[in-house]
Design a protein around this ligand. Sequence first.
Ligand code: PA5
Length: 394
Amino acid sequence: MITFDFKKYHYNEIEDTDLSDIKERFLKDKKMSGWYELDQSCVEAISSAASYIRNNCDVFLVIGIGGSYMGAKAVIDALSPYYGEKKLEILFAGYQLSSDYMADLIDYLQDKEVMVNVISKSGTTLEPAIAFDLILEFMEQKYGEDESSKRIFVTTDEKSGELLPLANQKGFQRFVVPDNIGGRFSVLTPVGLLPIAVADLSIKSLFAGALQAKENLEECYYYTMLRHELYNRNKVIESFDIYEPKLASFVEWLKQLFGESQGKEGKGIFPVSTINTRDLHSLGQYYQDGIDMIFSTTFFVHSDEDIYLEKYGKTLDTVNKLAMESVAQAHFEGHIPTSIITLDTISEENLGYLIFFFEMSAMLGSYLLKINYYDQPGVNGYKDILHRRIKEDE
Ligand code: PA5
């Protein structure tokens, strides 16, 4: 269960929050609205590939960048224990260009049983393309071409991109990124679902949570209007604040979802995040006392662990909650309006709910800003220069 408090630590209430007309407009514009359908037709194929993968490797390497890996990582990290031997390790690559990272990774993989999922909708993104070239070479040296082809899974566009002919030529098993779903909205497609299923998490429960969110849009409408209203009052930074570090990758995903969807045409709220209580002892000073431009969306998760602190007469979970409430109170007094989203536990269902909730809000908020939520023209800036520079230096 998830509860939303959008009132206690806010200065104003939002009166008009019915965004159903925008939803209707969005549904008419069919171009990139595929994520809204929550199509589950791939679940069986994904589950069967996932169980084959789980039974045949120690390391599952996911190669992708941006929307092609962040959703899966968000869900897997949120639902994984902090410590302990893992039957199957899930690693990520292709989201930066570090030589040290690739060298260490390939070294680490030498004596492991490895399977790979390369994910790129366009099939042309430089970072995963380079990582995959290196990993393909490693796999073919380690296993030979035939065996490698059984160990590599490709998730890409159905009809275009450079990965497609390679996948067909080598006989890699292929999963499709639907044409009408953009990267950062693709967690609940094969992009996110295969790695999540390989981690032995329930993709059916993720969908169940997402469907619940789809049927209960009032809180999502309120949140969307609230952040739009705050933005109009010059609160241009939204801080996603967590008190459970397992959600660190989830808030990274949120930053990508909102940053890439709404930061365009000189508009948009800048998304940041903190891991608390750690960051209260660093950025906390700025939040409380710095320039007045921040609002907070705080996540609190109740812990199932019953750790009693004799000295304080309270459980550790209670102390953590008191810390979150104290921060909300102090920040509110320091002009930081704060919304609180409380999860009874971290589960697939709750994460599915939040994924749909925030995807919906990112889309609706973009309509309010009158911008296209599914493109990312700004990202091409660095790409164009880099491609030119790589050619020049040849
Ligand atoms: O959200 C997006 O569309 C982007 O973040 C993409 O996912 C990212 O650029 C990776 O693109 P691709 O999957 O085409 O390699």
